[in-house]
Design a protein around this ligand. Structure first.
Ligand code: BV8
Length: 234
């Protein structure tokens, strides 16, 4: 990686698969006979808030029992010694990048959760987001306004992902775009490789199998992230 200074990395559920966190495909997209796409929507929350809050309480509990794997740890090593720009855009709501040490000690975060994080709750009454580590099903009061109107701070289908402008700005400055552990099924994340291509940015896919966007990548390596990512970083 000689003449490369600025790297944008997109990660998906596949980077956390070996930590034991179900990907959307492995779970067959099914949860209690519901398709994830049908539960992760504002309409589902309006229709059956208990179902959606139970889904996220279960996801949060599962995530908190899991550990980082060599793929997260390799990216944290890259983060530590890389003197150019590095932005890890994750579609995941887990905090395994942070727990592996990514972004430690940096004033500006280098891990961007474009689909939100299971660690925050979002008050639909006062719009304030606050760290949250317990269940939401029992309708706790918002720490800011006291209203019992908290939802998970995750981006549902049909909602605008976070910090899109910052992501596109980083792609414009990138010398390399790497996609790790994502099926390329969900937009706008799945479109980043096309954006990079249009900007003339070299692209690399590290995934268990060819993703839906594989044909867009200059290079694609297939196998488990816990092997591919350390090989690429080290
Ligand atoms: C938007 C957070 C516009 C919640 C997620 C109709 C109505 C509304 C919208 C749409 C529509 N039709 C299309 C859309 C757009 C929609 C979309 O793309 N839908 C898809 C289904 C077609 N997108 C949206 O709605 C987005 N918003 O468009 O807003 C807008 C414009 C203006 C104003 C307002 C709005 C928002 C999408 C975000 C949804 N939220 N997550 C939660 O997590 O609960 S998406 C969720 O699913 C994840 O975050 C992730 O992004 C996605 C799953 O993707 P992956 O991470 O790739 O996981 P997956 O399981 O699919 O694949 C895993 C991969 O890993 C596989 O390739 C596998 O081979 C690999 N793997 C497995 N093991 C390993 C491995 N690789 C390496 N090593 C291993 N060991």
């Amino acid at each position: 990686m000689t003449d490369i200074r600025n790297i944008v990395i997109l990660t998906g559920a596949g980077i956390s698969a070996e930590s034991g966190i179900d990907t959307f495909r492995d779970a067959g997209g099914l949860w209690e006979q519901h398709k994830v796409e049908d539960v992760a929507t504002p309409e589902a929350f309006a229709r059956d808030p208990d179902l959606v809050l139970r889904f996220y309480d279960m996801r949060r509990e599962a995530i908190q029992t899991k550990q980082t794997n060599p793929a997260h740890e390799a990216l944290a090593r890259l983060d530590e010694h890389w003197d150019g720009d590095l932005l890890i855009v994750t579609q995941n709501v887990d905090d395994l990048h942070e727990r592996a040490g990514s972004q430690i000690g940096l004033e500006e975060t280098r891990v961007l959760h474009m689909h939100g994080t299971h660690l925050n709750a979002w008050c639909t009454a006062c719009d304030v987001r606050s760290p949250w580590r317990t269940t939401l099903i029992d309708r706790p009061a918002c720490p800011e306004c006291g209203e019992r109107a908290l939802r998970p701070d995750v981006v549902w289908f049909g909602e605008m992902p976070y910090e899109m402008e910052r992501i596109y700005a980083a792609l414009r400055e990138a010398d390399l775009f790497v996609s790790i552990g994502t099926s390329g099924a969900v937009y706008p994340a799945a479109g980043f490789v096309q954006e990079a291509k249009a900007l003339g940015v070299p692209t690399l896919e590290l995934n268990l199998e060819p993703s839906q966007g594989s044909a867009w990548f200059d290079e694609a390596r297939h196998g488990p992230a816990s092997a591919l990512v350390p090989q690429w970083v080290d």
